[in-house]
Ligand binder design. Structure first.
Ligand code: SF4
Length: 354
């Protein structure tokens, strides 16, 4: 495991932020960066000086099952020539993905049984999950939704109307979670329309967004996005999904700062992944780096047994041991809660550390 020296912010000088936050400036708009993402294993290996003869066959096999997709700002944080780079391991398809393992299934959270209406998943009493898109900016090999039938959940105008009708008739729901795919892969015009529809439902008070985009393409936190965030009456929470401290660079810190200035509460949830973050030193550094960047560690997710990703699995016993080590190293508020999602349960299920 590569240990990297964290870069710390010395002062909160934000005078430069608006320049980085423009949505349509020259050719560095987030959409342009997204459209230029690496989508071919050969290109990624070449870009990182890794020998094709060693890695390409396996990468092609995995790529056929779940295509590779990785944007350039994320690639820039990887170490060239290192096949074990923890960021690379999250995105490079490998031969193991085509090996079937008992207990690893296509829909580990049984989400198909929780669909209330097209695009709306209801697992919990007071929260509903709105899947605004199946697109992501990055295809994480461990994704528990890597087999999700997104094509069956494309939202038409009528579907959107039905979502709002369903939410309006459910006064116990006070929080909508924008999910996907990655909800921030959608353009700001459409997101602003969604937010307008949601804030017209009087009992909704919170908008939670789960997204990896501010991390993998920090330019995504642009003026158009900040405009609808600033406008809405809803409380805003953004859960970034960072698994390793090397994912956070200065551009990411700047993006988090812009979000905080727009009144967004920033939380992080990680997945515990073998070969990426399954040691106490990395997890401890992750919590410290997140907090330095204004993000509170929130959940550490036990691995969901999704088919094609068994090579990332870490046992609950080992995960609990890591949390015990974190408790010795960190103040309590920097130790994320170790949880597992169990299909049919009314909340995340804590995994006991002791
Ligand atoms: S939904 Fe999240 S974890 Fe899954 S591929 Fe997209 S960004 Fe990665």
């Amino acid at each position: 495991m590569i240990q990297r020296t964290p870069v710390r912010i010395e002062a909160r000088d934000t005078s430069h932020l608006s320049d980085h936050g423009t949505c349509t400036s020259e050719n560095q708009s987030w959409q342009t960066i997204l459209s230029r993402s690496i989508s071919n294993p050969e290109h990624l290996l070449e870009r990182l000086n890794l020998p094709a003869e060693r890695w390409l066959d396996g990468a092609r096999n995995g790529h056929e099952l779940f295509p590779i997709r990785v944007p350039e700002p994320f690639v820039q944080r990887m170490e060239p020539g290192n096949p074990n780079d923890p960021l690379l391991r999250q995105v490079l398809p490998v031969a193991d993905e085509s090996v079937e393992r008992s207990g690893f299934v296509r829909d580990p959270l049984e989400e198909n049984t929780a669909i209330q209406t097209t695009g709306l998943i209801r697992k919990y009493h007071s929260r509903a999950l709105l899947m605004v898109t199946g697109q992501c900016a990055i295809n994480c090999r461990y994704c528990f939704r890597r087999h999700f039938p997104y094509n069956d959940h494309k939202l038409s105008r009528e579907d959107r109307h039905q979502v709002i009708t369903t939410l309006s008739a459910s006064p116990e729901i006070n929080e909508v979670i924008l999910s996907g795919g990655d909800p921030l892969a959608v353009n700001d015009r459409l997101l602003a329309q969604w937010v307008e529809l949601l804030e017209a439902v009087p009992h909704l008070k919170r908008l939670r967004i789960h997204s990896r985009l501010p991390v993998v393409i920090p330019q995504r936190v642009c003026d158009d996005m900040l405009a609808w965030l600033n406008r809405t009456r809803l409380q805003k929470v953004l859960v970034v999904h960072v698994n390793h401290p090397a994912e956070i660079d200065q551009a990411t810190r700047d993006a988090f700062e812009r979000l905080k200035q727009a009144g967004v509460t920033l939380l992080n949830q990680s997945v515990i992944l073998k070969g990426v973050n399954d040691n106490a030193a990395t997890l401890s550094e992750l919590s410290e780096t997140l907090f330095d960047a204004g993000v509170l560690p929130y959940y550490l997710h036990a691995f969901d047994p999704v088919a094609g990703a068994h090579h990332f699995d870490v046992s609950d016993t080992d995960a609990a041991s890591l949390v015990r080590q974190l408790l010795k190293r960190l103040p309590g508020f920097l130790v994320p809660k170790l949880v597992r999602e169990v299909p049919g349960e009314a909340s995340k299920t804590p995994v006991p550390a002791f």
